[in-house]
Design a protein around this ligand. Structure first.
Ligand code: FNR
Length: 439
């Protein structure tokens, strides 16, 4: 089969019906009963009689599209999935996606210390919950405003490239899932689909992540296309040399799909330029350039130092994203959560702060918001949801995390995100030492 034939097959769609209204109704009444009893989804989904989480109020039959398999064999699943925790999804997705896709998505740079530290560091931020504060479930408000967007929750999908390594529906399925969950989708400059295709796939808000190209014409064309396609902000990734490649993936010979190139640059898809010709000599002038060229807000992503954050805010950055790229670029840098408090202090609420890296639970979001973040981005678990259930799988992951956040807030004694502050946290261990040194 030629490469172009493979591409054709991968985009062929067949309609299937996944969820019958009557099944939905039955589960809906169980869900309503359990929710009246004060049980959140995390509890519901562990009960034996509920096989898959479904939307309680969905009355109509859900029609979804099923994609044909290609020679590469990425997932074609399209269904809502049962989520017990985001961490458990990694073992489940390993069984259903090609090894190349799993190793590409799940791993990180070098010995993966930073990736694991992203998770471990949360443990140093112990929640000090407030009791008898008169909160009931209906009081919990996870909404926030971010760069002009009204968001129902502070969770967004982090920019990630090459989703066709996981699912034949590529970034279009992920973006669609984010839209179904009314969630901000950040579209990677390294996507397999074009930024226009991705924009069309979601009804939700969207930002575009730029890999700045050495060829200024290519950079300008990407920015113009992003603005025309309706992206409302630009993320400048400042910490990457190209797609991160974990050691297990390199050991396999870096098997990126030959039939799915980088959509924004692929001439067959109307793109131009060399994706790998990325500008490393970035300076604060590039922030100013993106702002003046597009007129859109700019988020600078990949920040781990307070002095950098201050410099970038002074140069006009509209938001700072505390991130180490999920540990995928340089190993040995601190966890995002470790870097957050000093950066929040330096930024001093002048612009919003987004944190990503290891966010898996509602309690992680409580800790990040309490220590100065305004929102969080989630990476790998979104790809795991994609592999296990396509767009509906992504939706399931987001809905689970939203509910987990509500439970974490009521149990922490915080009614709204603005209530959270450092008084809710005791910092211990390595992070206590680090923050003492940096304050
Ligand atoms: C990424 N990330 C990333 N970031 C970015 O700015 N542009 C990109 O193209 C990519 N590509 C990418 C691919 C894959 C497979 C992963 C897992 C991650 C980094 C991403 O935006 C985010 O910083 C981390 O994924 C957050 O960490 P967690 O949630 O995955 O632990």
């Amino acid at each position: 089969m030629s490469l172009s034939n493979e591409l054709d097959t991968s985009t062929k769609e067949v309609e299937v019906t996944t969820q019958k209204a009557s099944e939905n109704d039955a589960l809906s009444s169980r869900r309503k009963f359990l929710s009246a009893a004060g049980l959140g989804l995390g509890v519901v989904s562990t009960l034996p009689f509920v096989s898959t989480p479904v939307l309680a109020d969905e009355k109509t039959t859900t029609k979804t599209k099923k994609l044909a398999k290609t020679a590469y064999g990425a997932s074609t699943a399209e269904k809502e999935i049962k989520v017990v925790s985001l961490e458990r999804l990694q073992d489940e997705v390993k069984k259903v996606v090609p090894k190349a896709g799993f190793e590409f998505a799940s791993g990180a740079a070098g010995g993966e210390w930073t990736m694991h530290e992203n998770r471990r560091a949360f443990d140093d931020y112990r929640i000090a919950p407030k009791r008898l504060v008169g909160l009931s479930w209906n009081d919990i408000d996870t909404s926030t405003k971010l760069l002009g967007l009204d968001m129902a929750s502070p969770i967004m999908v982090a920019p990630m490239g090459a989703h066709a390594m996981i699912h034949e529906g590529d970034e279009r399925a992920t973006a669609k899932g984010a839209g179904l969950a009314n969630t901000l989708y950040c579209s990677s400059g390294a996507s397999n689909a074009t930024l226009e295709q991705i924009a069309n796939a979601t009804n939700g808000p969207k930002w575009f992540q730029l890999y700045y190209n050495n060829d200024e014409g290519v950079t300008k064309s990407l920015l113009t296309r992003a603005k025309n396609a309706g992206y409302s902000a630009i993320i400048l990734t400042a910490d990457a040399l190209g797609p991160g490649q974990p050691e297990n993936f390199i050991a396999m010979g870096s098997p990126f799909r030959p039939d799915r190139l980088f959509g924004n640059h692929d001439p067959k898809m109307g793109g131009k330029g060399n994706f790998f010709d990325q500008k490393t000599a970035l300076t604060t002038k590039d922030i100013e350039f993106i702002k003046s060229f597009t007129g859109l807000p700019v988020i600078v992503k990949g920040i781990l130092r307070p002095d950098d954050a201050k410099r970038f805010v002074e140069a006009g950055a509209d938001a700072i994203q505390v991130s180490n790229h999920g540990g995928r670029q340089i190993d040995g840098v601190p966890a995002s959560m470790t870097a957050l408090p000093a950066i929040a202090k330096a930024v001093n609420k002048k612009v919003p702060i987004i944190l990503d890296g290891g966010v898996r639970r509602g309690i992680d979001i409580v800790r990040a918001i309490a220590m100065g973040a305004n929102a969080v981005a989630v990476g790998r678990p979104m790809l795991y949801g994609l592999g296990l259930g396509g767009s509906l799988g992504v939706k399931s992951v987001i809905e689970f995390l939203n509910k987990d956040l509500v439970a974490a807030m009521i149990l922490s004694g915080a009614g709204k995100l603005a209530d959270l502050n450092p008084s809710y946290i005791d910092i211990v261990g390595e992070n206590a030492k680090f923050n003492k040194y940096n304050s």
